[in-house]
Design a protein around this ligand. Structure first.
Ligand SMILES: NC(=O)c1ccc[n+]([C@@H]2O[C@H](COP(=O)([O-])OP(=O)(O)OC[C@H]3O[C@@H](n4cnc5c(N)ncnc54)[C@H](OP(=O)(O)O)[C@@H]3O)[C@@H](O)[C@H]2O)c1
Length: 360
């Protein structure tokens, strides 16, 4: 049987980790953007199978994935942990699916493109089209979205990033932990750690990921390694300090740049104001800078506090403050934008029945 369908067939989409924060955002954005699909199925762990998840104005029945049914998926979004991505991706790829992975599992794999479509989307136009694509770490995506227009105009010699990362960046359980701390506080108890090793409430702490022998944590290493890959520049100097703050959603990042060629703050503002996917928030110095609450639920990265770094030679030093919803552009939206670019070239398997169709 010829399993290829006409080019205009819609894909059968699977969202893995659908009950999680990124998974629910994936379902919502698929609906918001009216991504054409034959079916959209929501997969999660055995714990959630048989329940439903509310997202995008619909209730999605949650299924447990069975590997023998992998050929019922044409396009898979993986929003589970990296260990599970390492299991799921080969199985789905072998059955013919295109896989977009939101975890860190494949971000360092030279065979797998690591893509922010606005920056290196050309990697998705290769022939044959990539069947496995990694979406970058959320802090990396937010920083690079803000810095890319400056890089194109003036080149980047060095970038330092200090993050103020929302609790939801660590998943649904972390957010539940913050809510528990809030309830304890309302009951008159002192904040004690409910999810991380330090309390979130009334506190900030160094990012919880493992610290290596040089003292850098994994989030800081990811920002350097992934930025260099996405920019295809192994030499650019990058350093980060990553910190968790008690906001619920949207990461903020203070970014300091050393440029290759002079660019004034006024020129930088003009460039940043003209780019799709970015909003120059405080157009006039002294007006309110972007805050996480401004970015919640928005697709764009908000940029502000664009100013010269007076400690560097005239025109070569620049500060930016970027804020982005890490569940959207930092994860789900970026993954869907990758898929939208890939969709035309996805070889679709035949649609044998409408039994899996989800009513929405
Ligand atoms: N949160 C962010 O801001 C963010 C940003 C960028 C990338 N990411 C990455 O995106 C991925 C998902 O993150 P998240 O924040 O959405 O995590 P989360 O809220 O903890 O959700 C995890 C999801 O994985 C499912 N899962 C866990 N164990 C499973 C198993 N054994 N089999 C099948 N499904 C299983 C969970 O299902 P159950 O509900 O059934 O347990 C849930 O749907 C992670 O790799 C993360 O690093 C997250």
């Amino acid at each position: 049987m010829d399993r290829r369908t006409p080019a205009n067939s819609n894909p059968r989409i699977g969202v893995f980790g659908a009950t999680g924060l990124v998974g629910r955002e994936l379902l919502s954005i698929l609906i918001e953007r009216s991504v054409e699909a034959d079916t959209i199925r929501a997969f999660a762990s055995e714990r959630s199978a048989g329940t439903s998840v509310a997202a995008g104005g619909a209730h999605w029945p949650v299924e447990r994935f069975v590997a023998s049914e992998a050929d019922s998926i044409d396009l898979a979004f993986l929003a589970t942990g990296s260990e599970l991505s390492l299991e799921l991706a080969p199985c789905l790829l072998a059955a013919g699916a295109t896989v977009i992975d939101c975890s860190s599992a494949f971000r360092g794999d030279p065979e797998v493109p690591l893509v922010i479509p606005e920056i290196n989307g050309h990697l998705l136009a290769s022939d044959p089209a990539p069947r496995l694509v990694a979406s970058p770490n959320c802090s990396t995506t937010i920083a690079l979205m803000a810095v890319e227009p400056i890089r194109r105009a003036a080149g980047i010699r060095r970038m330092t990033v200090c993050t103020y990362q929302a609790v939801s960046g660590a998943g649904a359980a972390a957010l539940e932990g913050l809510d528990r701390e809030l309830r304890d506080h309302a009951d008159g108890e002192l904040p004690k750690p409910a999810h991380f090793s330090s309390p979130c409430l009334f506190n900030v702490f160094s990012h919880e990921s493992a610290v290596d022998e040089r003292g850098e944590n994994q989030e800081e290493l990811k920002i350097r390694a992934e930025s260099r890959r996405i920019w295809n520049d192994a030499d650019v100097a990058i350093a980060a300090t990553c910190v968790r703050v008690p906001t619920r959603r949207a990461h903020a990042e203070a970014i300091n740049l050393t440029l290759e060629r002079p660019l004034s703050a006024a020129e930088a503002r003009e460039i940043l104001a003209s780019v799709d996917g970015l909003v120059l928030f405080d157009r006039e110095p002294g007006t309110r800078a972007p805050e996480p609450r401004d970015a919640e639920g928005r697709d764009e990265v908000l940029v502000g506090r664009v100013r010269a770094d007076c400690s560097q030679p005239e025109g070569l030093g620049l500060w930016l403050f970027a804020v982005g919803d890490q569940l959207r552009k930092g994860a789900a939206l970026n993954a869907i934008q990758i898929a939208e670019r890939c969709l035309e070239s996805i070889p679709l398997l035949s649609v044998e029945s409408a039994r899996d169709r989800v009513h929405r």
